[in-house]
Design a protein around this ligand. Structure first.
Ligand code: KG4
Ligand code: ZN
Length: 340
């Protein structure tokens, strides 16, 4: 295989229209993200129909910009990698159809990528030395997974969420406090001014699998606390609520991750997904990993939340092992990790 493999990544699974050119799976030459957050804020969450329509409007522009910024012509590309699941079906279809159209017209190979595989691969973009095997915590708006990364693109799920994903809990609690969407960054900021030990919110345990997560009980506990205060006419210290909630999520994510690393014998640990940009989570994991002598990797915030560079990075390793998709590639909204 020639050196300098150039991959165009395309990501449209939720509310970001993104395209990026990545060299050899490790170096982002461009990373263009058109966020729809402002459009969805008035509704308090992502509206699927609006997301699809906006992706259609933006996709060509975003791809052109990604090629321009990378200084790469379409003809220089070795493959086009696109997220085909999981995600919102109408949103995914825009990226998949676009990638298929370009592939068909230009003859450039097409590679379908799992969104979570993309999140994990975001770590390859800034850490040249990072290579499997390692343990990865993926915490985003839709997923909380503890994943054993056995090889590039080869995954074993050790633990998963039973109900709400970590990011979803952040978003719902932020909404209840009145902070708006998306809640994660807002809670992160407000928590800095609060006392994380002010309110003893629960840390849920799942009996059947000690590595699974459950965040809906914690979310309900916060909502009950807020309701009780309001009914009693007591003032709510929002910063304390944010800090105490965040500490409960961070404690659970950190405890599960470190215990899994120990039991499965991993000395390398990475985090990925939107919640991986949380400052308290990064600090807690850095400290615990430091104490246990585990190498700890995390992407820059721009590569934690949805982007296309991570899709191109994952696509590079699929392409290298010959996992090229046909033009019958379809969007799979509930695609499981390992179904690829
Ligand atoms: O990975 P992502 O962009 O999309 C999905 O694949 O779901 O993650 C978005 C999620 C949202 O729930 C958002 O609130 C959360 O990541 N998030 C954060 C932070 N930044 C984004 N959660 C906690 N702290 C943050 N700093
Ligand atoms: Zn995501």
């Amino acid at each position: 295989m020639k050196s300098d493999i150039l991959i165009l990544g395309i990501e449209t699974s939720c509310d970001e229209t993104a395209a990026s050119v990545v060299r050899d799976g490790r170096e982002a030459l461009s990373n263009v993200i058109s966020s729809q957050i402002e459009l969805h804020t008035v509704y308090g969450g992502v509206v699927p129909e609006i997301a699809s329509r906006k992706h259609i409007e933006k996709i060509n522009q975003v791809i052109e910009q990604a090629l321009l910024e990378a200084g790469v012509a379409l003809g220089d590309l070795d493959a086009i990698a696109v997220t085909y699941g999981p995600g919102l079906v109408g949103a995914l279809l825009v990226g998949v159809s676009e990638a298929k159209a370009i592939s068909f017209a230009s003859g450039i190979p097409l590679v379908g990528v799992h969104h979570i595989s993309g999140h994990i691969s975001a770590n390859y973009l800034e850490h040249r030395e990072l290579a499997p095997p390692f343990l990865c915590l993926v915490a985003s708006g839709g997923h909380s997974h503890l994943v054993a990364v056995k090889d590039y693109g080869v995954y074993d799920i050790i633990g998963r969420t039973r109900d709400d994903a970590a990011g979803e809990a952040f978003d719902k609690v932020a909404r209840a406090i009145g902070l708006g969407y998306p809640g994660g960054p807002k809670i992160d900021r407000l928590a800095g001014q609060g006392n994380p030990e002010a309110i003893p919110f629960p840390r849920a345990k799942v009996n059947e699998n000690a590595y699974d997560f459950s965040f809906s009980g914690l979310k309900s506990a916060v909502l009950n606390y807020l309701n009780a205060c309001r009914m009693k006419g007591e003032a709510v210290n929002e910063a304390d609520v944010a800090a105490s909630f965040q500490r409960a999520v961070v404690d659970v994510l950190t405890e599960h991750s470190l215990r899994a690393a120990e039991e499965y014998g991993y000395d390398t640990f990475a985090i990925a997904g939107g919640v991986a940009s949380n400052s308290a989570l990064r600090a807690a994991l850095a400290e615990e990993c430091g104490r246990k002598g585990i190498r700890f990797y995390y992407p820059s915030p721009v590569y934690c939340t949805d982007n296309a560079a991570m899709i191109a990075a994952a696509g590079y390793y699929e392409f290298r092992r010959g996992a090229v998709s046909g033009l019958d590639l379809n969007a799979v909204p509930n695609l499981k990790l390992g179904d690829t």
